[in-house]
Write a protein that binds this ligand. Structure first.
Ligand code: SF4
Length: 430
């Protein structure tokens, strides 16, 4: 390990130290989860060379490389830069990767918004050094209620005459104190969005104490005071178009995924580098050269205008990239397998869950988080499992079980369960 490198300062570049042995995690930011086949090949090569041949797909559409060593970072960053990939702001007090859901219509317009926001905030010194992370998303409608858990979510409503409109939700978050976002402004024309988004981040930057999220600031000052501060920040704000004539004329013809995606379920988001490389090769030869990471941690191969879906499916199937057996739809964070905050072994639990639930489990959505930080968004699944206690000599590992049955966050239905108690409770659900 190169002791001249101060890893704490590298957080803003997407690096975390994972353990006392000095292993590192690097998170690559993918706006809207989309990456080209060329980029995917480079990431697969990096995973093979430096991360034990595996990548982790996150439920915000990013890719994490775990088990890296400091002496290889320069080479890794050089390779990422060579294909236009960045990890700037993927960790630390910055605007994180702009997430978006890849399903539904209008994906060309959504992607455009995501890309503009990504370009505007990534590496912009005015919006770095924030009190804590700032999670931004563009949601393609209200399904799944993902807008509720973001620091700021734009919910795209589509066109109305000449105007494109979004609702704007703020101050949501999960973690130990889950807080549903509130509607800050509705039916906002897209050309008015950027000053509003900037204004929200400035209010957060100037008024939240270090280490606190926007939801904590709202809890402290209340919505009326927040709105007053925001009004001061946005007074006289300009109208800024977010698309260019090129986007307006050719957006749908050049955007990846405009005719949907072929989805490859990736269990627990753990993808072998070689599988990504083979999928990238097929996307390049038979598809349009683009892939994406879905918010369910699956790999998607793009179907855009002119792509022959059946030829692409055949190539992927022949390459052995699809399993005949459908997987349990479950988002899973790295847990104690790789995350320093992990209290429980999330991937091991997934295997047990699959056995206990059988095919009936596939009728619901699931999420497992290795600690109450809730990175796999357990409050947004039909059933969420949160590790709350680490196994010690005196105590078994502990879990809370959450259930979601309305439009808000899922709520705990059982708490403090041992693993056996959890599995028994799940078997009863069947
Ligand atoms: S939920 Fe906890 S264990 Fe899982 S990735 Fe987030 S911080 Fe780590």
């Amino acid at each position: 390990m190169n002791h001249s490198i101060d890893y704490r300062t590298l957080k803003i570049n997407g690096i975390y130290q994972s353990n006392a042995a000095g292993d590192l995690m690097l998170r690559v930011k993918l706006p809207a989860g989309v990456l080209s086949a060329v980029q995917a090949t480079v990431v697969a090569d990096l995973a093979d060379n430096f991360a034990g041949g595996t990548l982790h797909l996150t439920c915000r559409g990013n890719i994490e490389l775990h088990g890296l060593r400091g002496e290889n970072l320069a080479q890794i960053f050089r390779r990422l830069q060579s294909v236009g990939l960045t990890s700037r702001g993927a960790c630390g007090g910055a605007v994180r990767a702009v997430a978006c859901n890849t399903d539904g219509g209008s994906f060309d317009r959504i992607q455009l918004l995501v890309e503009r926001l990504h370009q505007h905030f990534t590496g912009n010194p005015y919006f770095e050094g924030l009190p804590k992370k700032f999670k931004l998303a563009v949601e393609n409608g209200y399904q799944g209620a993902r807008h509720l858990c973001q620091d700021l979510a734009l919910v795209y409503l589509g066109r109305e005459g000449e105007r494109e409109l979004c609702d704007l939700w703020v101050a949501g978050g999960l973690g130990r104190q889950p807080q549903e976002a509130f509607l800050l402004a509705n039916r906002v024309p897209v050309e008015r969005l950027l000053p509003l988004v900037e204004g929200v981040i400035r209010v957060y930057q100037q008024h939240a104490p270090a280490g606190k999220r926007l939801k904590h600031l709202l809890a402290e000052i209340g919505e009326p005071q927040f709105r007053t501060l925001l009004a001061k920040e946005t007074v006289g704000a300009s109208v800024l178009p977010l698309s260019s004539p090129l986007d307006d004329q050719f957006g749908a013809a050049i955007a990846p995924g405009i005719n949907g995606w072929i989805e490859w379920p990736v269990s627990a988001g753990q993808l072998a580098a070689d599988a990504l490389r083979r999928a990238a090769a097929i996307a390049g030869e038979t598809g349009d050269g683009f892939l994406a990471i879905s918010r369910e941690q699956n790999l998607l191969v793009s179907l855009s205008t002119g792509v022959d879906k059946s030829a692409l499916s055949t190539s992927l199937t022949k390459a052995g990239l699809f399993s005949a057996e459908p997987a349990l739809p479950c988002r899973v964070c790295p847990g104690s397998h790789e995350c320093p905050k992990g209290l429980v072994a999330t991937r091991d639990l997934l295997c047990q869950l699959d056995k206990v639930l059988g095919s009936q489990g596939r009728a619901h959505s699931w999420a497992i988080s290795g600690c109450p930080n809730g990175c796999s968004q357990p409050q947004l699944a039909d059933y969420g499992i949160v590790g709350t206690g680490k196994a010690t000599e005196k105590q078994e590992d502990r879990y809370d079980l959450l259930h979601r049955d309305d439009e808000g966050f899922g709520q705990p239905i059982r708490t403090g369960l041992s693993r056996d108690e959890l599995l028994a409770a799940l078997a009863e659900l069947g």
